[in-house]
Design a protein around this ligand. Structure first.
Ligand SMILES: NC(=O)C1=CN([C@@H]2O[C@H](COP(=O)(O)OP(=O)(O)OC[C@H]3O[C@@H](n4cnc5c(N)ncnc54)[C@H](OP(=O)(O)O)[C@@H]3O)[C@@H](O)[C@H]2O)C=CC1
Length: 919
């Protein structure tokens, strides 16, 4: 029996809200709902509970049941996990909205800014099973009845945004439209917080909003300053997307989708297409949602031949720039391709319109993909810390044919929200960053196959999603460069105590506070009596005590007696760098000589700012008093550990037998460096990139020659560098403590991965660009020089540490070969895909089971011999694979054929393929 129509106006608003299909309608119906209920939108979780309490009729209750189930997961602690956390989310794309949902469920205050004013992107996204489950659990079906009906595993971007927008509004997220985030406003003084610079100028409430977490989900075009972005280039690949109006007629409904068909699997289709239309494609996909959406990879020569491109420019931007694309020819091109692929059954193919009212067609280059080097950072100024995280395309641009975009985008959103939870729990900045980077390492390897099978259990906790989770894969000492204590005030060397006071105030509160903290940490250690921030540290004992207090288990028990001040200080600096992630901004010699007072204060400030929130535990950070209780015998033991380790190391260096027991620290630091500048060896060219300067003696970075403020310093090999200048000579990745080495031959620094081995053929004074490492010039796309730094527009060629840096990654020969053999490249970061099956039959089984889904079956068979039957076309005539091959409910093998990863199978690959190539 039909329910009687409700007379409650709130019910009507709520129903409109559920059904709204335009962003403006969602917002206005929600506003109407809030007004009817006497609520102010953006009120956080309490607002959700109030709405729920007042709307308890059947239609609403089924939605509340879903949202309550999610919100009731223990990880959210009933919305009290982050009660004092204030977040700003930039970008209302699918990933920004998804992150906002999680932050709201944690009980954080969430404000979101989006520069657009409507959702207009029709393009259709492939969904992994977990994303489908996740969205269903958030009530997707209530908001969008057609959501993933049957075996459909995709949704248009705007529909996805719409349904997530509804969720975030209900959860009390405050949203500002038409507002662009342009940068951060650091706190002007102690006691104030971080704010956003916005355009156009925002209302006072938003302009004055102080937040401690910034999540950037602003898409691939915007990465906040401070983050470094890598660019990965492959062989030229021109993608074309087009959306046609979906009139939802019976005929249109009956046209089968094309989950994806690639040339290598269906040559006859592409040959017929070429013959009939002159169109030469590598692959094509057709999805149906609000629109008929086609995406294809076109060959450049055919675009030139058909007059779509006017001229063949070597620069991709110019090649695909609006001045070089003929719109009418492009329209003819896509119409013909779509018509051919669907046997003309879609009728007249009227173009859907984009945000500007133009036909929704886009030709784009996916030769290049961006990836942030780190997923998070912490900035601190005047004692106010800001946690910054990236999610979505802002973090990693997806390689679209792999269909990874939104799935990995959601994973990153979860991981970022988990990071915020850890932050709110009081975990130290380096710990939080290290965990986040550990998770980030996993992201690009994820596929539906190598994640937990039970998608229903997926939650915020990474352990529910990643089976091979190691939150300590990256250690705190490796992320210290992501923790940025902002010192805007120029701090000059050789300046007076006033400057020292400013420095201390900028990083660790007042000098008095710093001194008090140091005294607390070192109290009870025999022979250690800290009374100041200079001479008390000259004998090295106080520094060793401080390090030991924070990491009691670093050294073997022994006796300190007889250890020199310089050695002890050098050891403390080295241990702090490797074990605690404290950047050595001062040299041992300067500490002992007292010649760099500001450097010492800055250095101690790093300890303070990193560990000040750790409750004072006389047993040290690592555990109970038994591990090293200052003031007790264990403190004496500690001081002894140091000497014994040094003695053993010296003995080893002298070739003496140490009884087979290798001191632990020896691995990390072979000899205690006293930070003396090394004397240039004869026959060795000048130590690059500049002559060593005595640590502590200069204000300039040894690499870029620019002003180097103390808090930006990194000391290595007796020279000072900007942290962001200190990069691997080969790959240019920022070098992290404990993860770099200096090559004795050329004197350059390298990450461990690229540190040349002794005797390596490239060993030599100055290898310079190595031709074998340089990409082969290749169809407009491969860089032709050595690893290149591409400065952002308007910046100098020297990377600005505060600006995102775009860098080309120089590919090794095998990588290059691999890429050039592909039209569609695998995942941009070149991490190995899941190990493919070793036999044809295993492959066939897995493919049919959908266990190599995503977009890429890691096999290749140009002749189609190996998979001829399994991959044979099912749709008559065109030979295009229909979605849903037998037994494959996950999108059909066609969806997997879009990429041509560098694998072959059972030697059927026509020469190149061998069994071993499956490794
Ligand atoms: N064409 C396609 O097929 C596209 C597909 N996607 C898919 O969507 C997935 C999720 O993308 P997601 O990471 O959420 O990013 P999105 O690009 O979807 O969303 C980012 C949003 O933030 C806006 N924005 C950008 N800069 C700012 C700023 N400074 N201040 C405020 N707002 C800003 C963007 O506007 P604007 O766009 O105007 O810059 C955009 O609306 C991707 O993985 C990909 O799969 C994403 C983009 C395009």
């Amino acid at each position: 029996m039909a329910e009687p129509a409700s007379t409650n106006p709130a019910h009507a608003h709520f129903e409109s809200f559920l059904q709204a299909q335009l962003c403006q309608d969602v917002l206005s119906s929600f506003q109407g709902l809030c007004e009817a209920l006497g609520l102010e939108p953006g009120g956080g979780l309490p607002q959700y509970h109030k709405i729920k309490a007042q709307l308890n009729y059947w239609s609403a209750k089924s939605l509340w049941a879903k949202l309550d189930k999610r919100a009731g997961q223990p990880v959210y602690q009933q919305g009290r996990a982050c009660p004092n956390t204030k977040c700003l989310v930039v970008g209302a794309g699918p990933c920004g909205l998804r992150a906002a949902v999680e932050l709201a469920l944690l009980g954080a205050r969430v404000v979101l800014v989006e520069k657009r004013t409507k959702f207009s992107r029709h393009n259709v996204l492939h969904l992994w099973p977990f994303t489908i489950h996740d969205l269903r659990a958030l009530g997707a079906k209530k908001f969008y009845g057609r959501f993933c009906t049957g075996t459909l595993d995709h949704i248009s971007i705007r529909q996805l945004q719409l349904l997530l927008l509804k969720v975030v509004l209900l959860l009390g997220v405050e949203i500002h439209w038409g507002v662009t985030f342009t940068g951060l406003q650091p706190p002007p003084k102690k006691g104030s917080g971080w704010r956003a610079q916005l355009q156009p100028s925002a209302p006072a409430q938003l302009a004055n909003y102080e937040f401690d977490v910034l999540i950037s989900a602003a898409g691939g075009k915007f990465v906040p300053e401070g983050f470094t972005v890598r660019e990965m280039r492959g062989k030229l690949a021109i993608g074309i997307t087009v959306n046609f109006v979906n009139g939802r007629t019976v005929e249109e409904t009956q046209v089968p989708e094309i989950s994806g068909v690639a040339r290598i699997y269906n040559q006859s289709f592409f040959q017929s297409l070429l013959k009939a239309t002159g169109i030469d494609l590598e692959n094509i996909v057709y999805y149906k949602d609000d629109t008929h959406y086609f995406v294809m990879t076109a060959k450049k020569q055919c675009l030139l031949r058909l007059g779509v491109l006017r001229q063949d420019w070597p620069e991709i931007d110019r090649l695909l720039g609006s001045a070089n694309v003929v719109p009418e020819a492009l329209q003819r091109f896509v119409r013909a391709a779509a018509d051919f692929a669907t046997h003309g059954k879609l009728g007249k193919l009227e173009f859907a319109r984009d945000a500007h009212g133009r036909p929704d067609i886009s030709a784009f280059d996916f030769t290049s993909m961006m990836r942030a080097e780190s997923a998070a950072r912490v900035q601190e100024k005047h004692g106010a810390r800001l946690l910054l995280g990236l999610v979505g395309d802002c973090l990693v641009e997806p390689f679209w044919p792999l269909g990874t975009g939104v799935a990995r985008g959601f994973l990153a959103a979860f991981d970022a929200a988990w990071m915020v939870k850890r932050w709110a729990e009081g975990a130290g900045p380096l710990e939080v960053l290290a965990e986040r980077e550990s998770l980030y390492q996993l992201l690009s390897q994820t596929s539906p196959e190598n994640m937990h099978r039970n998608v229903a259990q997926y939650g915020l906790d990474p352990a529910t999603r990643y089976p091979t989770l190691n939150l300590r894969a990256v250690t705190p000492n490796q992320v210290r460069d992501l923790y940025d204590v902002v010192a805007k005030e120029p701090v000059r060397r050789n300046s007076d105590k006033t400057d020292a006071g400013k420095l201390a105030a900028g990083s660790a509160g007042t000098q008095e506070e710093l001194l008090r903290w140091c005294q607390e940490q070192t109290v009870g250690y025999p022979g250690v009596h800290v009374t100041d921030l200079s001479s008390s540290w000259a004998d090295g004992r106080a520094l060793c005590a401080l390090v030991h207090r924070l990491r009691p288990r670093l050294l073997e028990p022994s006796d300190l007696q007889g250890l020199g001040a310089l050695e002890a200080t050098a050891w403390a600096l080295k241990m702090a760098e490797h074990e605690l992630g404290i950047t050595p901004v001062v040299s041992a010699k300067a500490v002992v000589a007292g010649s760099d007072p500001l450097g010492l204060i800055a250095y101690l400030s790093h300890f303070h700012s990193t560990f000040k929130n750790v409750p004072h535990n006389p047993g040290g950070l690592e555990g109970p008093a038994s591990q090293g209780f200052p003031g007790s015998s264990s403190a004496v033991l500690f001081l002894g550990k140091l000497q014994r380790t040094l003695q053993r190391t010296r003995a080893q260096e002298n070739g003496e037998d140490t009884g087979g027991k290798k001191p632990r620290l020896e691995v990390e630091a072979k000899s205690p460096s006293t930070e003396e500048p090394p004397a240039p060896e004869s026959g060795v060219p000048p130590t690059p990139p500049s002559q060593p300067q005595e640590a502590g003696a200069g204000d300039l970075c040894a690499l870029c020659g620019e002003q180097l403020y103390i808090l930006e310093r990194l000391c290595a090999d007796g020279r000072f560098f900007h942290r962001n200048c200190f990069r691997c000579r080969t790959c240019e990745a920022t070098l992290r403590p404990g993860d770099y080495g200096q090559h004795p031959g050329d004197g350059y620094f390298y990450c461990f991965q690229h540190l040349p081995q002794p005797g390596h053929k490239e060993d030599g004074p100055d290898p310079g660009p190595k031709s074998q490492d340089l990409p082969t010039p290749d169809e407009n796309s491969m860089p032709s020089g050595p690893s290149t730094v591409i400065p952002q527009e308007g910046t100098s060629p020297v990377p600005n540490p505060r600006q995102p840096t775009r860098r080309l990654i120089r590919l090794s020969s095998p990588e290059r070969q691999r890429l050039s053999s592909l039209k569609l490249t695998p995942d941009p970061d070149l991490e190995p895909p899941p190990k493919p099956p070793r036999s044809c039959s295993a492959l066939a089984r897995q493919a049919l089971e959908g266990s190599f889904v995503g977009w890429g079956i890691p096999v290749r068979s140009p002749q189609g011999t190996c998979f001829a039957q399994m991959h044979s076309p099912r749709v008559g005539g065109t030979g295009i694979s229909e979605r849903g091959m037998p037994g494959n409910g996950k999108g059909g093998h066609g969806a997997q054929d879009m990429s041509t990863p560098p694998f072959s199978c059972c030697g059927h690959e026509g020469g190149a393929g061998t069994e071993s190539s499956l490794q």
